[in-house]
Ligand binder design. Structure first.
Ligand code: G1P
Length: 296
C-alpha cells in the first residue's frame, strides 16, 4: 500500500508517442499534439491544466518524430531577444514563460505499444509517488480542473482515482468500462474493468476518460500484463491487477470533454473554446451569420 500520509500530486505524465493517423496528412510532419487549438498547441492546453492542478513536474513519453514537443518546452532565447528588440515585450514574456511552466522530462517509447507500455516508461520519473496521467486528446473544460476533482476523492480514500463519464451503449466499445458500486454522489468503488467491450459484455456505461490519478503500485502490475485488446499493453488490464492489491475509485467528473482525438471533436473544441473567449466569440457568430446557415 502507498504511504498513508496524503501528499498532493505534483507529477503528471503525458503519453504523446501516438502516430496521429486520424489527422493525416496534417500530422505527416507535425505531431498531433503540436497542432493548434485556438492559440496554442494542443499539448500546451494539457500542460496548463496540469500546472493549474498543482503539478510542477511533467514527463512526456514521446516517440519518433516528436522532437518539436521537446523544442516547444525548451527556452527560446533568440526568439525572446528578437521580440524584445522589436518592442514586443508582452509577447516575449509570454514565450519566455513556456519553459518555466514546470520541470519537463522525457522518456522515449520506441514503438506505440499501448497506453500500459507508455505509462511503464514513466516508472523512474514517478518512483514511489501517486501521479497524474493526462491523455491530451481529451481537452477538459472544468472548474475546478478534473485532476483536482480526482484529488478530492483521493484525499478521502488514499487510492487511485479514475475519471468516468456515462456514454451511449453503442460507444462502450471505444473505452475502458468499469464495473462499480456507487459510494457517494458520483463517486464509485471500482469492482472490475474491461477494455473496449462489445455492448453486450459491458458491465456498465461508465467509460474511463483521459485523466487518472494512479498509485505507484501500478508499475508492478504493468510489468505483469501481457498484450490485451488490440494486441496492445492495456493500462486497464494493469488497473484490474491493481484491484487485487488496493481499492480503486472513479468519479463522474463535472465539466465538458472535447475529444480532440478525432476531427469532429477538434472542430467542436475550436468552436466551443472560441465561443468561451470574449475576444473571439463575436467572430464565430459573425462567421456563422455570413455563411448564410440558419441555426434555429
Ligand atoms: C485509452 C484507454 C481507455 C480509455 C481511453 C480514454 O484508449 O485504453 O481505457 O477509455 O483511453 O480516452 P485509447 O483512446 O488510447 O484507445
Amino acid at each position: 500500500m502507498p504511504d498513508a500520509l496524503f501528499k498532493p500530486v505534483r507529477k503528471a505524465v503525458f503519453p504523446v508517442a501516438g502516430l496521429g493517423t486520424r489527422f493525416l496528412p496534417a500530422t505527416k510532419d507535425v505531431p498531433k499534439e503540436m497542432m493548434t487549438l485556438i492559440d496554442r498547441p494542443l499539448i500546451h492546453h494539457g500542460v496548463d491544466e496540469a500546472v493549474e492542478s498543482g503539478c510542477s513536474e511533467i514527463m512526456f513519453v514521446t516517440g519518433q518524430g516528436k522532437e518539436s514537443i521537446r523544442r516547444y518546452f525548451e527556452p527560446s532565447p533568440e526568439l525572446v531577444a528578437a521580440l524584445r528588440e522589436r518592442g514586443k515585450n508582452d509577447l516575449a514574456e509570454k514565450i519566455d514563460r513556456i519553459h518555466g511552466l514546470a520541470a519537463f522530462e522525457y522518456a522515449y517509447q520506441d514503438k506505440p505499444r499501448g497506453l500500459g507500455h507508455a505509462v511503464l516508461c514513466a516508472e523512474k520519473f514517478c518512483r514511489d509517488e501517486f501521479f497524474g496521467l493526462i491523455l491530451p486528446d481529451d481537452v477538459m473544460i472544468a472548474n475546478p480542473t478534473v485532476l483536482r476533482q480526482l484529488e478530492a476523492v483521493r484525499e478521502k480514500y488514499n487510492s487511485s482515482v479514475l475519471c468516468v463519464e456515462r456514454v451511449a451503449e453503442c460507444d462502450v466499445r471505444r473505452y475502458g468500462i468499469i464495473d462499480a458500486e456507487e459510494v457517494g454522489d458520483g463517486v464509485f468503488r471500482v469492482k472490475g474493468l474491461v477494455e473496449k467491450p462489445a455492448p453486450e459484455n459491458a458491465p456498465s456505461n461508465l467509460a474511463i476518460m483521459g485523466r487518472y490519478l494512479l498509485s505507484p503500485s501500478i508499475f508492478g502490475c504493468l510489468r505483469k500484463i501481457t498484450p490485451g485488446a488490440g494486441g496492445e499493453y492495456q493500462l486497464t488490464d494493469a488497473i484490474s491487477l491493481l484491484l487485487e492489491k488496493e481499492p480503486v475509485y472513479a468519479v463522474l467528473y463535472k465539466g465538458t470533454r472535447l475529444d480532440c482525438g478525432v476531427k469532429e471533436g477538434w472542430i467542436k473544441a475550436t468552436v466551443i473554446k472560441a465561443l468561451n473567449d470574449p475576444q473571439l466569440r463575436d467572430i464565430v457568430i459573425e462567421a456563422v451569420r455570413e455563411s448564410g446557415i440558419h441555426i434555429s
